[in-house]
Design a protein around this ligand. Structure first.
Ligand code: HEM
Length: 136
């Protein structure tokens, strides 16, 4: 990711973070509309789940300029996801729901460049998670 993309992602996250609860519920609503088969994978409390998702994205956003430091955590998270039944193809559905939610939250601030920056950020995170799921 370029420094400008890192800035766009950080700025976007800081605007959405104060409304993390609302963003998380929009996200899950969209995700399950896109693929209702994903619903049964989520067994825990959705509010807590939403908070964890936002916290993880927050940590990643804080580490964009040194992502290598969180790679082991992302790979372990990817292995854990595979054990929960998450398949590689599901990452694209989550990406779509996430980008849609960001568009809702950021409105006109979600420019084409911001969308590209978030796409690059998600690709980096999900790439490591999928690598973790694939094996050591
Ligand atoms: C960059 C992408 C993703 C991030 C950062 C992320 C993050 C997380 C985190 C932090 C947790 C909580 C783990 C814990 O409790 O210790 C979690 C759980 C979970 N995630 Fe993800 N996730 C991602 C992608 C996905 C995808 C693509 C799916 C597929 C549907 C998915 C489905 C789940 C499920 C089913 C759980 C467990 C929920 C439960 O226990 O009820 N995640 N995720």
């Amino acid at each position: 990711m370029t420094p400008e993309q890192q800035r766009l992602v950080r700025d976007g996250f800081s605007k959405v973070a104060p409304n993390a609860g609302a963003a998380a519920s929009l996200f899950y609503e969209r995700l399950f509309a896109l693929d209702p088969a994903l619903r049964p994978l989520f067994k825990g409390d959705m509010e807590a789940q939403g908070a964890k998702l936002m916290a993880t994205i927050g940590v990643a956003v804080d580490s964009l300029d040194r992502l290598h430091e969180v790679v082991p955590k992302l790979r372990a998270l990817g292995r854990q996801h595979a054990a929960l039944g998450v398949q590689d193809a599901h990452y694209a559905t989550v990406a779509e729901a996430l980008l849609w939610t960001l568009g809702q939250g950021l409105g006109t601030d979600f420019t084409d460049r911001a969308r590209e920056a978030w796409t690059a950020c998600y690709a980096a995170l999900s790439g490591e998670m999928k690598a973790g799921a694939a094996g050591p």
